[in-house]
Design a protein around this ligand. Structure first.
Ligand code: PRP
Length: 220
């Protein structure tokens, strides 16, 4: 009996770029996957041994780290934030490019940085935010939000936010300005380490297919 491999992919922006890459790597979801009205979360593919689950980006990492899914696609922001030892991230997929940045209101004015010992930051990334400020000798008090971080400064929740920036349009529309880039981000192929050892006959060729798909795309 063959056990299917479960491939976790994130909802949202990466999906549009991820699907052509998946197709190049030989994996195409069933038609229902593209039906916006469908409430299904697990889908068959053209490969009888592979099924796809569509979950939130942070949950892709959780499913794969726990071995509930063996392989997945997720932003390097999520890989770095969780820092799960069970995750192996062998391929930079060169899609989903953006950056993790610090932002504050355009009219925030100057602040005596030297006098600060502590900052309050609204973010979905408390681990990376604390690490970033620690490296600058500051303690960060993080207010954890799951989205719409850009609202926090105008409503007095925090002076700063740490969030993903792509075009910069969301910051601009909310009267914020990027003050520092913490790290550049791109999507990664992630694999559960134990599964990679136990099921290498299935997973190693799949990783290789993605490496090739990224290369093929670059050459196109
Ligand atoms: C992300 C991010 C910002 C926005 C930045 O949110 O959290 O809000 O995109 O993009 P921009 O610089 O091009 O405006 P997304 O729309 O992916 O939704 P999310 O809040 O569910 O993460």
């Amino acid at each position: 009996m063959t056990r299917t491999l479960t491939f976790a992919i994130p909802k949202g922006r990466i999906l549009d770029e991820a699907l052509p890459l998946l197709a190049k790597a030989g994996i195409e979801p069933e038609a229902e996957f593209h039906d916006k009205k469908s409430r299904a979360l697990r889908f068959a593919t053209n490969r009888p041994d592979v099924s796809i689950i569509r979950v939130r980006a942070f949950d892709v990492a959780t499913f794969v780290a726990h071995g509930a899914a063996q392989i997945g696609i997720v932003g390097s922001d999520v890989v770095e934030e969780f820092d799960y030892s069970e995750l192996y991230a062998p391929v930079d997929l060169d899609i989903g490019h953006c950056r993790l940045s610090v932002a504050q209101p355009v009219d925030a004015g100057d602040e005596d940085q030297a006098a600060l010992s502590h900052v309050r930051v609204a973010t979905k990334y408390p681990h990376l935010t604390r690490k970033y400020y620690e490296a600058r000798g500051l303690q960060a008090e993080c207010v954890k939000l799951n989205g719409a971080m850009e609202l926090a400064p105008s409503l007095g929740l925090s002076r700063r936010i740490v969030d993903l920036v792509s075009s910069g349009a969301t910051l601009k529309a909310n009267g914020l300005v990027e003050t520092d880039i913490i790290m550049p981000i791109s999507a990664r192929l992630i694999v559960n380490r134990a599964a990679f050892k136990m099921r290498s006959a299935e997973l190693a060729p799949m990783v290789e297919a993605f490496r090739k798909a990224v290369g093929v795309r670059d050459a196109a």
